[in-house]
Design a protein around this ligand. Structure first.
Ligand code: MG
Length: 261
């Protein structure tokens, strides 16, 4: 969900980052539970149910449920985005059963004490093909490299350039229509954080900037289309896609991953 509902972009204070750190840790714990629940035969609606159940005890709120991105015809009806195989992002949980060999991307936003973090992972369902496993590895690495490039004094383009050069060097496609974003006061804020770009270009990265970095990588060309449900984004060529996302804060010392246990 990339489209910005409001243009809010303000650096976060250390106290605000402390809240985001706590929320991010909780989100990472929930994502860990969801990842463990992925198995052949589970219905995607079951993962949605589990996500809502896990969010409740800590007093958090699912950030995507009823979220209406600018331009969308209706609000998103689920807490969890569940995108299987050629689905890239924004898949709707439902009656579909996962089967051995699938890969499933889980994307969850959490509101914790009024502040937002965002995270996604792609999980293999049982044993998957070597090609699918490689796609997942490359996407994890692309995220790591994007995060490593998010240094104070650097530029926004450093992040996209790091992701793009790595992914294209691996022979995979990069989705360009969607990307990362500022996050914290809202689930989607400015600035947009594309997964491509030129090093040294764009906004200067400053301590207190909090953003979601989220490469979406495909085994094909990277072109995507939105399904008739209005949400699910699929690869146009039907190839597999993987998606990993962390919420990070830029600190004086470098990037800090907030969505970790
Ligand atoms: Mg996001």
């Amino acid at each position: 969900m990339r489209k910005l509902k409001n243009s809010v972009w303000k650096l976060k204070t250390p106290a605000e980052i402390e809240i985001l750190r706590a929320g991010g840790r909780r989100l990472a714990q929930i994502m860990d539970e969801l990842t463990r629940a992925v198995r052949p035969q589970i219905k995607t609606a079951e993962l949605e149910r589990l996500a809502r159940e896990e969010i409740k005890p800590a007093g958090g709120r699912p950030a995507f449920l009823n979220y209406q991105p600018a331009g969308a015809k209706r609000p998103f009806p689920a807490a969890l985005c569940v995108s299987v195989n050629d689905e890239v992002v924004h898949g709707l949980p439902g009656e579909r059963q996962l089967i051995e060999g699938d890969i499933v991307s889980l994307d969850l936003g959490l509101e914790h004490q009024g502040m937002f973090t965002d995270m996604a992972v792609t999980v293999p369902v049982g044993r998957v093909s070597a090609a699918a496993a490689k796609l997942i590895r490359v996407t994890v690495r692309a995220l790591e490299l994007g995060i490593a490039a998010a240094r104070p004094g650097g530029r926004l383009g450093d992040i996209g350039a790091a992701i793009e050069s790595f992914v294209s060097g691996q022979g995979f496609g990069l989705v360009r229509e969607f990307g990362g974003h500022g996050v914290g006061f809202r689930v989607h804020e400015e600035p947009e954080v594309p997964n491509y770009g030129r090093a040294g270009q764009g906004l200067e990265l400053q301590p207190g900037l909090v953003m979601a970095i989220e490469p979406m990588v495909t085994a094909g060309r990277g072109a995507v289309q939105t399904a008739p449900d209005g949400f699910t984004v699929r690869t146009s060529d039907g190839n597999l896609a993987a998606h990993f996302e962390h919420t990070i804060a830029i600190t004086r010392h470098g990037p800090e991953i907030l969505t970790r246990i």
